[in-house]
Structures are given as structure tokens and as C-alpha cells.
Ligand binder design. Structure first.
Ligand SMILES: NC(=O)c1ccc[n+]([C@@H]2O[C@H](COP(=O)([O-])OP(=O)(O)OC[C@H]3O[C@@H](n4cnc5c(N)ncnc54)[C@H](OP(=O)(O)O)[C@@H]3O)[C@@H](O)[C@H]2O)c1
Length: 231
């Protein structure tokens, strides 16, 4: 991450996941990075979207180490025990939609609430992992109602936060980031192991893209190869 200052500090939320782990490993191997804090449901600094207070508590515990130059939100779900992506309207239920939106949209939005104020005002990047299937313009196949809609709503949260943050943190870049198909627990039931890339390869590509973004890019939806995706 050459664009971040020497001794930059990074926070990864969802550090236990395939991409979260890969981000933490890469950043810990970067000699320019002075500190990486990996947060998650099982981490010492606990962030669990089932427990709203855990977000404020984790942010309060981290504040003494800030400001931060890189915040990566690598949480998300496509399926849960007893919940599969919906193929048709008849599959929709309140309970499943509420749970998917809580994890994919509301959780990352509250991460931005608590962590965006700790971004470095001169140069920093906050990236939230989204998904191309959350693009309204690119939706040609249908299906996966809750996942698609939760990521589309997440993108709106990121865009809106980027506009607000520009006023107080002009050097901060907030983006929604599409990782491509990656081998992980999330993609495994959908041929992820066959068609997905290695998480380390995907995370390397995404860090390169983030390194090249500047404040004019804040509020955009970008893919792992640097492409801008349609909303
Ligand atoms: N893999 C792909 O092909 C692909 C494609 C497009 C977009 N994405 C996006 O990339 C992101 C990361 O996916 P991944 O493939 O790395 O998935 P993953 O390996 O399944 O990791 C998911 C992460 O989300 C965390 N999480 C789940 N429920 C949570 C909750 N209630 N509170 C806090 N954290 C929670 C998990 O924590 P635990 O370990 O505690 O469960 C884990 O750290 C997701 O946003 C996903 O939508 C992935």
C-alpha cells in the first residue's frame, strides 16, 4: 500500500472469513504497515452484528490506536443455516430477509458509523465488500433476492456516507468493492471451489486497486480489477 503513509494502521472487520484472513495476512507482511487489528465474532475485539453494542465497544477500544489509514469490512452472508438464496418470490420470508439485511447492510452501515470518524483526514481508505450481483443495472439473471437487495442497499449506504465524510475527512476514500468469485464458505455451495479464485490472489488484487484510488473516487462501486460497476 504505497499510497498510504509509512507506518500506516489498518483495521479488518470480519477477519475470520476467507477474504478477511487474506487481507490480514497480506497487511501483516507489508513492512510499511505498523499495525493490523482483526475484528470479528470470535476475536478479542469482538464485532458481532447480532449485538449492536459490540460495535461501539470495539470502536472505543481501538480509538487510542487511531487515526486509521485503512478500514476493510469483509463481513457478509449469502446463506445461513436454514436460509438459502431465494430463486423465486414464493421463497421470500420476513425472517430470512431481516437476517440477511442485518448482516449485509445494517452491520456494515453501523461499522461506518463507528469507524469512519477514526479515518485519517489526509489519506485513508474505507472499503466495504459488496457484490456485483447487487448492481441494479447489471441484474440480468434475477434470483437471490435478499442477497442482491442487501448489497444494493449497502452500496447506497457507502455512497451516502462518502458524501457526508467528504466534508470532515476530505482525504478519505469510501468505496463498495466487488471481490469477484472467490473460494470461501460463502461461495462453496455455489461451485465456488471450482470457479472461484484463491482468496490471497483476490485480496492482493483488491489492495492494489484501493492503493490507486484517490478522493475523487470516493463513493464509487469498484471491482477487484479496477473496473467501475454500474449501480
Ligand atoms: N466469495 C465470493 O465469491 C464473493 C463474491 C462476491 C462478494 N463477496 C463478498 O465478500 C465478503 C466476504 O466474503 P467471504 O467469501 O470471505 O466469506 P466468508 O469466508 O464466509 O466470510 C464471511 C465473514 O462474515 C462474518 N460474519 C458473518 N455473520 C456475521 C455477523 N452476524 N456478525 C459479524 N460478522 C459476521 C464471518 O464471521 P464468522 O467467521 O464469525 O462467521 C466471516 O468473517 C462478503 O461481503 C461477500 O458478500 C464474496
Amino acid at each position: 500500500m504505497q499510497s498510504l503513509p509509512e507506518g500506516f494502521r489498518a483495521v479488518v472487520i470480519g477477519a475470520s472469513g476467507a477474504l478477511g484472513t487474506a487481507f490480514c495476512d497480506l497487511l501483516r507482511a507489508d513492512p510499511r504497515c505498523a499495525g493490523v487489528w482483526g475484528l470479528g465474532r470470535q476475536a478479542a475485539m469482538r464485532v458481532d452484528f447480532a449485538d449492536e453494542a459490540s460495535l461501539a465497544e470495539a470502536a472505543a477500544a481501538l480509538r487510542q490506536h487511531g487515526p486509521f489509514h485503512l478500514v476493510l469490512v469483509a463481513t457478509g452472508v449469502l446463506h445461513l443455516p436454514g436460509v438459502q438464496p431465494e430463486k423465486r418470490l414464493a421463497d421470500l420470508s420476513f425472517a430470512a430477509m431481516e437476517e440477511i439485511f442485518r448482516i449485509n447492510t445494517f452491520g456494515p452501515a453501523l461499522v461506518m458509523r463507528h469507524f469512519a470518524p477514526m479515518l485519517d483526514r489526509q489519506r485513508s481508505v474505507l472499503a466495504v465488500l459488496s457484490a456485483k450481483v447487487g448492481s441494479l443495472g447489471d441484474n440480468r439473471l434475477g434470483g437471490w433476492y435478499s442477497y442482491r437487495a442487501s448489497k444494493a442497499a449497502l452500496n447506497m449506504m457507502v455512497k451516502t456516507a462518502a458524501i457526508e465524510m467528504r466534508r470532515t475527512h476530505p482525504g478519505a476514500v469510501l468505496v463498495a468493492l466487488h471481490p469477484g468469485t472467490v473460494r470461501s464458505a460463502l461461495s462453496r455451495p455455489f461451485r465456488g471451489d471450482e470457479i472461484g479464485r484463491d482468496p490471497a490472489e483476490a485480496a492482493t488484487a483488491m489492495l492494489e486497486v484501493l492503493d490507486g484510488l484517490n478522493s475523487d473516487d470516493s463513493g464509487s462501486f469498484v471491482a477487484y480489477d479496477g473496473r467501475r460497476l454500474p449501480w
